[in-house]
Design a protein. Structure first.
Length: 467
RNA sequence: GGUCCCAUCGUCUAGCGGCCCAGGACACUGGCCUCUCACGCCAGAGACACGGGUUCGAUUCCCGUUGGGACUACCA
């Protein structure tokens, strides 16, 4: 069996977005599953809209998601000679011809046809004029005007197109740059692509491409058209649906494995399984399990997945990923080991690294800021006695760890003072964190350390006295 | 308008004629756990778009209707 070769051909006219990333992921998985190759190709023939910045953004996104390519990146603008060669072939064989209809004329005729209820397709008036090259001339493909073209789609099954519906598409613009539908075929042919997996917004382009393959006498690859990802309003995902760029998710504190897991489940399933490691994905992935209907992107589920991966991570692996978020907030730098301990206390409580950075503030700043409402409610004069008794015990504690802390706390509050644990826990929490919500009290005391804990407890005591 | 695609809980989906008065997950509601918040656990509510066929039997097959989407460029 021949080696599977897939490709991802983004056009660098914007950042790598969710839909493109999923297409890339599917192609990558398909190649990996079959032990084949994955090619990256930059489709930059739209010179006016292509930017280097977008190209870099695409690389960054692919790298972040871990979708390494085996070949490329190829740039179409560097392959112009190849296209010229094939174009000449088509011209020589009579499958293509020059046309000098201006865009304005075309536009007018299109409108006219629409108004009269006719198909707004090119009327083929330059087909047999035998025009040669010249300024302001494009090259068109001569489409057969009868017959049927069949697309045997791996995902959707056979789809039939009437050739009469297709028109003579432009292969080369008047500026000499070839167009997408032509170039994509030449690239896929010359790069020996065996499987073209792409969004189903390309379905209607496929018969034209198949016709070009046939005109060239080139073997057809297998096609698999994946249903689109839609926004909440069920329309094609676009900027107005909020964050669509992959890197925006990185900036929001998502882990790449969460995004990969979330993306792959949009359209693809393996029974009831929700969580997949990269290895499992490679092992299980197949086109047969891709659904036919479009899916709506759902942030809630992605948040849950992210929370899951944060929970499952080793705390120290999260530290370097978290740092940029900490720095952005201007927190004082602390040793990695300490940050790792703080991370551990927050893992089950956050959905993103952003939330984690926010929730970590009291571990890192020198003096906590009291939430006014919390201070008013819990740092009351009646709590003085408990704090007065807690401080010396903590102070004299030899081994300042979670277990001893909890024992001592329980002894004083419950046994000696006859109070419920919660009665004193909340005031202590406010003293240490400034607020009423935090990880377990003894966990944070253990991480914060004796010195800081005593300092904050004493400060809270002063605060109570001044009430 | 034309061509093409699609249709299971709010969302992602399982289902490939009887195992389904439809299963899982997120979100939601209630409870348990508990020093707060989470996590975790248990329970609950929630869908086969509609109408015809085919069949002993349709969520599953066929047709139509409706609804949604894509394409219809000298964009990709």
């Amino acid at each position: 069996m021949e080696t599977v070769i897939t490709r991802f051909p983004p056009s660098p006219t914007g950042s790598l977005h969710i839909g493109g990333a999923r297409t890339a992921l599917f192609n990558w998985l398909f190649a990996r599953h079959h032990g084949g190759k994955f090619v990256l190709r930059i489709e930059d023939t739209d010179v006016a809209r292509s930017t280097e910045e977008s190209t870099r953004g695409i690389f960054d996104g692919m790298e972040w998601l871990g979708l390494e390519w085996d070949e490329g990146p190829y740039y179409q603008t560097q392959r112009l000679d190849i296209y010229k060669e094939y174009l000449q072939k088509l011209l020589d064989m009579g499958h293509a011809y020059y046309c000098d209809c201006s865009p304005d004329e075309l536009d007018a005729r299109r409108k006219e046809a629409m108004a009269e209820g006719r198909k707004p397709k090119y009327d083929g008036r330059c087909r047999d004029r035998g025009l040669g090259p010249g300024p302001n001339r494009v090259i068109r493909f001569r489409c057969p005007d009868s017959g049927t073209t069949v697309l045997n789609d791996l995902i959707k099954g056979p789809i039939f197109f009437d050739n009469a519906e297709l028109d003579d598409l432009v292969l080369q613009r008047s500026d000499g740059i070839p167009t997408y539908n032509f170039v994509v075929v030449i690239d896929d042919v010359t790069m020996n692509i065996t499987h073209v997996i792409r969004g189903d917004d390309h379905v209607n382009n496929t018969p034209r491409q198949i016709l070009i393959y046939q005109a060239l006498g080139a073997p057809l690859p297998q096609f698999g058209h994946v249903p689109m990802i839609l926004g909440q309003d069920k329309a094609k995902l676009s900027k107005r649906h909020g964050a669509t760029s992959v890197m925006a998710y990185k900036a929001m504190g998502f882990l790449p494995e969460a995004l990969v897991n979330g993306l792959v489940r949009l359209g693809w399933a393996h029974g009831d399984q929700e969580i997949f490691s990269r290895e499992e994905l490679i092992q299980y992935f197949s086109l047969e399990n891709i659904g036919k209907s479009p899916s709506v992107f759902n942030l809630e589920k992605l948040l849950w997945l992210n929370a899951h991966y944060i929970k499952e991570s080793e705390p120290h692996t999260l530290v370097p990923l978290l740092k940029p978020f900490l720095e952005k907030r201007g927190y004082p730098a602390k040793p990695d080991g300490y940050v790792g301990e703080a991370v551990r206390t927050l893992q089950t409580r956050v959905h993103t690294l952003e939330e984690m950075a926010d929730g970590m503030k009291f571990f890192l700043v020198d003096d906590v800021e009291y939430d006014p409402a919390a201070a008013k409610k819990f740092l009351t004069p009646t709590m003085q006695e408990a704090f007065d008794r807690l401080i010396p015990v903590f102070e004299s504690m030899e081994v300042f760890n979670e277990e001893n802390l909890e024992k001592a706390f329980h002894q004083i509050v419950v046994t000696e003072m006859g109070l419920k644990l919660g009665k004193v826990a909340q005031p202590v929490r406010v003293a240490l964190t400034g607020g009423t919500v935090s990880p377990g009290l003894f966990e944070i005391i253990g991480v914060l350390g004796k010195e800081t804990v005593l300092k904050r407890l004493k400060r809270a005591l002063e605060h109570m006295k001044s009430q």
